[in-house]
Design a protein around this ligand. Structure first.
Ligand code: HPA
Length: 271
């Protein structure tokens, strides 16, 4: 694993002149954020040794290095999902490579289904905690002591200081932000009405098919994390016929992307 991380990082380092300090993972429909990065150097995943290739429509699959909010950043346009068939080590490899490249703070975004009855499609939710409902933990297996401890502390996976700062920015910008718990499960099926209800009972406010494995490995390596869900659809147990489509998810996320970008950019400025 270490060799794999080093090989990918070494390849990327050859292509960039400055170490990135901030990493941003762009969720479904949020890829346009990458176009806001100045002096961009783009490296397709397919070129990076050991990187899997993203298979989902709307995830183009490249790293974008450049400047944003006065910092050196790297965005992941496209991520690897467990439902695509990748092993957890593959899903999380890019985050480990980002850390190796110098990234200390990771911003994660995703499209998610709303479970909290007060949420509407188009809302943005700060993730303040998560529930790992994937069938395995991303750190299962022999611990890589060079990366982090066997039993990582998970009492504050999402850095509280960043949450407080984001809430302040949102108030200043008159952007309404929700805050809640994200439950990550494997997908690719969207939830049945009974599953939505179960997740709500478990204490989650939003549900999706990503983020949790990436955040687990980031926390393992001591990175600071800020997470945001775009609520692209809401569960309506009373009206289970109203389904959700992938197009709908992408459209709603695309509409909200400018606001998310504003919050991320201003947070990055303050780091
Ligand atoms: N469930 C799971 N993942 C999702 C959803 C959902 O309702 N919406 C967007 N991603």
């Amino acid at each position: 694993m270490l060799e794999k991380i080093n090989a990918a990082a070494a390849y990327v380092q050859e292509r960039i002149s400055d170490k990135p300090q901030v990493g941003v993972i762009l969720g479904s429909g949020l890829g346009n954020f990458g176009n806001r990065i100045a002096n961009a150097v783009k490296i397709p995943y397919a070129e990076i040794p050991g990187f899997p290739v993203s298979t989902v429509e709307g995830h183009s699959g490249q790293l974008i290095f450049g400047d944003l909010g006065g910092k050196k950043v790297v965005a992941m346009q496209g991520r690897f999902h467990y439902y695509e068939g990748y092993e957890m080590n593959q899903v999380t490899l890019p985050v480990r490579v980002l850390k190796q490249l110098g990234v200390e703070t990771l911003f994660v975004s995703n499209a998610a289904g709303g479970l909290n009855p007060s949420f509407n499609a188009g809302d943005m939710m700060i993730i303040h905690d998560h529930i790992n409902f994937f069938p395995e933990n991303a750190l299962r297996g022999k611990n890589i002591d060079e990366l982090g401890p066997r039993f990582p502390d998970m009492s504050e996976p999402y850095t509280n200081k960043l949450i407080v700062a984001a809430e302040k920015i949102a108030t200043e910008e008159s952007i309404t932000l929700r805050k809640g718990v994200y439950v990550g499960s494997s997908g690719p099926t969207l939830e049945t009405a009974a599953e939505y209800k179960m997740f709500r009972i478990l204490g989650a406010d939003a549900t999706g098919m990503s983020t949790v494995p990436e955040v687990i490995v980031a926390v393992h390596m001591g990175m600071k994390v800020f997470g945001m869900s775009v609520i692209t659809n809401v569960s309506e147990p009373a009206d289970p016929d109203k389904g959700t489509t992938h197009d709908e998810v992408q459209d709603v996320a695309g509409t909200v992307e400018p606001q998310m970008t504003k919050i991320f950019t201003r947070l990055i400025e303050q780091l």
